[in-house]
Design a protein around this ligand. Structure first.
Ligand code: SF4
Length: 362
């Protein structure tokens, strides 16, 4: 497949898309660009947890790789690195607090693994600039982040680094959001080129689209740090109560006595998500729906219930966060072990790459 027309490729992809069911190896990463919010949790971490458990139930241990993509944080954030170290540390804690389990998955930090840089360099030799310029995210971010100078080699080339991140571990699937599917097209195109030019050592990877619905921000738009509409995993009870109070509701429900339409309300959408997470059952949602439609209670009370449910959902995560924060040496041990496991696998792949391009290894 030549990426000449990404829109077309995406149409064909979506038309024929079937979620892969037969997989034994999984890989995904997250950029440490700030605190993890609920949108990140439901969009990425929750699907990762499910995949971790699926593989573990199959009797597979350490065939799911989840990493902190710290080099990628530099592609758009190279001008201000003041928080990078703190963000990486917090992400290490959050990975463990949400339930990623070092007994089941390999958890590691990208920059601790030299194989990524080496593979990036080798893939860079064969990647056409035209292919990278067709990356829709590249075009979109360059347009949207006008305040940043993104006319850099690193930013144009980040899909090459992603190719290295992925292909080094032979995953069958990469869990991604729909906007990242073109990156997988690029990965496969670079992998195929390498295979054709030198030696077939890389397999095709499949994008794995999550079934978990996306959680919008407090204002109903995409949850994003730049919109200031996030609930963070590390928020306190007070912050959550305050944020939920500010949430957008059905605009037609002005007075407490006005009947509302929950389907027009972000609060209700959140209720659906958290009722499922907390196993509150259908009755709970019916009660909210009816209460809203028949104006049995006001939005203030409805929001209080939601805030309480979000708090109940986050409490076990906070407990683990606190534990790992005060026992950070344990976090370091876990990630050092993960770094070792990941490096061992990726190092061998880089050796095969070097051998394939006829470098003199001795
Ligand atoms: S009662 Fe609840 S669901 Fe209905 S509009 Fe108010 S906040 Fe939304």
């Amino acid at each position: 497949m030549i990426l000449s027309n990404v829109d077309n490729e995406m149409k064909i992809f979506l038309k024929n898309y079937k979620r892969p069911t037969n997989f034994n190896r999984v890989l995904s990463g997250m950029r440490p660009t700030g605190k993890i919010h609920l949108g990140n949790y439901f969009g990425a971490l929750k699907p990762w947890l499910e995949l971790q458990e699926t593989l573990y139930k199959k009797g597979l241990k350490h065939t799911s790789y989840f990493f902190i993509a710290d080099y990628h944080a530099l592609t758009t954030g190279y001008e201000d690195v003041s928080n990078l170290k703190e963000n990486i540390k917090n992400m290490m804690i959050d990975f463990l607090a949400v339930g990623l389990d070092p007994e089941k998955s390999v958890l590691f930090v990208q920059s601790h693994n030299e194989a990524h840089s080496e593979a990036y360099l080798l893939f860079g030799m064969i990647t056409s600039i035209k292919l990278l310029e067709r990356n829709p995210t590249y075009k979109e971010l360059k347009e949207n982040l006008k305040e940043k100078d993104l006319a850099t080699y690193g930013f144009l080339g980040y899909p090459v680094l992603q190719t290295a991140d992925i292909l080094l571990y032979d995953p069958d699937i990469v869990p991604v959001g729909i906007d990242q599917v073109p990156h997988i097209f690029i990965t496969n195109e670079i992998g195929r080129k390498f295979n054709n030019l030198f030696k077939p050592i890389f397999k095709e990877v499949k994008p794995y689209l999550s079934e978990t619905p996306k959680l919008p921000g407090l204002d109903g738009r995409k949850m994003s740090k730049s919109y200031g509409n996030c609930i963070y995993l590390s928020d306190s009870k007070e912050e959550i109560l305050k944020k939920v109070r500010s949430m957008k509701t059905d605009p037609n429900r002005i007075r407490k006595t006005d009947p509302g339409n929950p389907e027009n309300c972000t609060v209700y959408l959140y209720h659906k998500v958290f009722a499922k997470e907390l196993n509150l059952g259908e009755d709970f949602l019916k009660e909210i729906e009816e209460g809203c439609k028949k104006a049995k209670f006001g939005c203030v009370d409805c929001k209080k219930k939601l805030a309480q449910n979000i708090i109940s959902f986050l409490e076990p995560i906070w407990e683990k966060r606190n534990y790992y924060q005060t026992n950070f040496d344990k976090v370091l041990e876990i990630f050092k072990e993960g770094d070792k496991l990941a490096s061992a696998y990726a190092k061998e792949k880089v050796r095969q790459m070097k051998e394939a391009v006829n470098l003199f290894l001795f």
